[in-house]
Design a protein around this ligand. Structure first.
Ligand SMILES: NC(=O)c1ccc[n+]([C@@H]2O[C@H](COP(=O)([O-])OP(=O)(O)OC[C@H]3O[C@@H](n4cnc5c(N)ncnc54)[C@H](OP(=O)(O)O)[C@@H]3O)[C@@H](O)[C@H]2O)c1
Length: 271
């Protein structure tokens, strides 16, 4: 069982579990319901979905079926910035999810510029649709812009982050501004699992490559949201709080960074 006590307090006082289940590319329907159901059974208390993933209904169904109280699970969804009104879209998300509020609502990516959607995000929070609001795929420059325009500052920046995409300057800037960096694609969408250096560290500590990659994120100070549709992998990915990587092992993983410590969130934009 994964301890739900492993949490990070956000700048607005909300408590966010350090480990969540990501559900990008998880189909709506039985597969989606099962993945979320297993995660909740295994002790996960944090689920990361998005309007663009098309599976909010399944997330909501699994949450209801779990019998857990709404306040026991930290639920994130993301505003799809191809739409215009974050507050109206939040209401639609709540309907699909079948909940009264989400814990975190973030702008999925800064399409059309980093600030235009922020007043709508603040409106979603003011209306009670979201307890906390944040951003995703924001570079330091984009984060600065939204921070200077905001009445309510973002408390999370969800970005691609792993030993291979270590974004040192972005992490430092987020930390300095009390914005929690949330690591997405921590396994490189599966690509980093076969890396020889990662496997060497895994053999040394007697853990799996996935556990090593996730543990590195935790020790670098991020929240982490691995995705899997397999129960045994969801369980494996949750067993990351009972071991530690040494400075030497962390250093071997740090050396894999291909971003040169960038302050940017993406090397290529898809928007
Ligand atoms: N904000 C954004 O723009 C953004 C972008 C990308 C991702 N995200 C979020 O971050 C989450 C995670 O990122 P991701 O989906 O790119 O992938 P990831 O978590 O880096 O890796 C998931 C892949 O690794 C496999 N896997 C997972 N655990 C494993 C294990 N223990 N052993 C072997 N293989 C394993 C999964 O396969 P199976 O499923 O077949 O087990 C899947 O193919 C997403 O689901 C989403 O919530 C956000």
């Amino acid at each position: 069982m994964i301890s739900a006590e492993r949490i990070r307090t956000l700048a607005d006082g909300a408590r966010m579990p350090l480990l969540g289940l990501g559900v990008w590319q998880v189909p709506n329907g039985e597969q989606g319901v099962n993945a979320v159901r297993w995660a909740l059974e295994l002790g996960y208390r944090h689920i990361d979905t998005a309007q663009a993933y098309g599976n909010e209904e399944s997330v909501g169904r699994a949450l209801r079926d779990s019998g857990l109280g709404r306040q026991e699970v930290f639920l994130t969804t993301k505003f799809y910035p191809g739409h215009r009104d974050p507050e109206a879209e939040a209401r639609r998300s709540l309907e699909r999810l079948g909940v009264e509020y989400v814990d975190l609502y973030i702008i999925h990516w800064p399409q059309g510029g980093p600030t235009w959607a922020w007043p709508g995000m603040e409106a979603a929070k003011a209306a009670g649709h979201a307890r906390s609001i944040g951003v995703s795929n924001y570079s330091v420059a984009e984060l600065e812009q939204v921070l200077s325009a905001a009445s309510t500052p973002p408390v999370v920046n969800q970005v691609q982050f792993s030993p291979f995409e270590a974004r040192r300057r972005l992490l430092a800037a987020c930390t300095a501004r009390e914005v929690v960096l949330e690591a997405y694609s921590p396994l490189g969408t599966g690509r980093h699992l076969a890396d020889r250096a990662v496997r060497r560290v895994a053999e040394r500590v007697g853990r799996t490559p996935a556990q090593v990659l996730l543990r590195w994120c935790l020790q670098r100070g991020t929240v982490v949201i691995p995705k899997s549709t397999h129960r045994e992998r969801i369980e494996e990915n949750g067993r990351i709080f009972d071991f530690e990587l040494s400075d030497e092992e962390l250093g071997a993983l740090d050396a894999l960074d291909r971003t040169n410590g960038t302050d940017r969130a993406r090397e290529q934009k898809w928007w």
